[in-house]
Design a protein around this ligand. Structure first.
Ligand code: FE
Ligand code: ZN
Length: 260
């Protein structure tokens, strides 16, 4: 880290067993996405001698917002998140279509409402990056705790309209277990096998498999491939009837994965 630093870079801080606290940083400042735990952030800021510039929250779950209060006790920074009274610390509630400028970095993020995992889940898209919390995972999607298959389908479709090269920063390291299921739902998908080989190598070296990108998800993620013949076929087999539309397919494979 002693070389000349690019304007900013994104670092994965680990929390709990498989959460990532994505951290945008430059030589002097950092902004964190979904600090479920404050300690890894405080340790990193101290070790790297960085100031905290902002907190971004995608949704209200404790493993994404649990560190907000402890960080705010140390740093007075804005907190960007959804309109949801369950996240008390949000100072700048955001709606779909709004744009925010990340303090210090000046990166402009478009806010996308992407309900499904929770009803108020949002994503931040800007600077070629997407922070999508627990809605879209590499080769998977979040559980439908507060949403319907139709909502999740609409949310994932919205994300798939972003540029193919967009770097996708998901909230958890779930890639290998997602691939294990994806191979059952989309058995002859070659891109999936290639992704599996790469992800296995990365995990053996204890490296994150993320970020993904939109093109990779279109090629490998069964939850965004609910109109593909192969996925429709396996979903129909699981459901015991011919499924007609992608929302029904998504609903079926989401249920299937819950007990896979
Ligand atoms: Fe989570
Ligand atoms: Zn969650």
């Amino acid at each position: 880290m002693s070389q000349v630093m690019s304007p900013h870079e994104v670092v994965a801080l680990r929390a709990f067993s498989d959460n990532y606290i994505w951290t945008v940083r430059d030589a002097s400042c950092a902004a964190v996405v979904d600090p479920g735990d404050a300690q890894p952030v405080l340790d990193y800021l101290r070790a790297e001698r960085l100031e905290l510039a902002a907190i971004l929250n995608t949704h209200h779950h404790a493993d994404h917002v649990g560190g907000n209060a402890a960080l705010l006790a140390r740093y007075r920074v804005p907190v960007y998140g959804p309109h949801d009274e369950r996240i008390r610390e949000v100072t700048h509630p955001l709606r779909d279509g709004e744009r925010m400028k990340l303090p210090h970095f000046g990166i402009e993020f478009d806010v996308l409402e992407i309900p499904g995992h929770t009803r108020t889940h949002i994503a931040f898209f800007g600077g070629g990056m997407l922070f999508c919390g627990d809605t879209l995972f590499a080769a998977g999607c979040g559980r439908l705790f507060e949403g319907t298959p139709a909502q999740m389908h609409a949310s994932l479709s919205k994300l798939m309209r972003l540029p193919d090269t967009t770097a996708v920063y998901c909230g958890h390291e779930y890639t290998l277990s997602n691939i294990r299921f994806a191979k059952a739902a989309d058995p002859d998908n070659r891109a999936l096998r290639e992704l599996e080989a790469r992800a296995q190598r990365q995990r053996e070296q204890d490296l994150p498999t993320l970020p993904s990108n939109i093109a990779q998800e279109k090629a490998t993620n069964p939850f965004v491939r609910c109109s593909e013949t192969a996925v429709v076929a396996t979903a129909s087999r699981y459901a015991g009837k011919a499924l007609q539309d992608p929302v029904a397919v998504l609903g079926a494979i989401r249920e299937w994965k819950n007990q896979f």
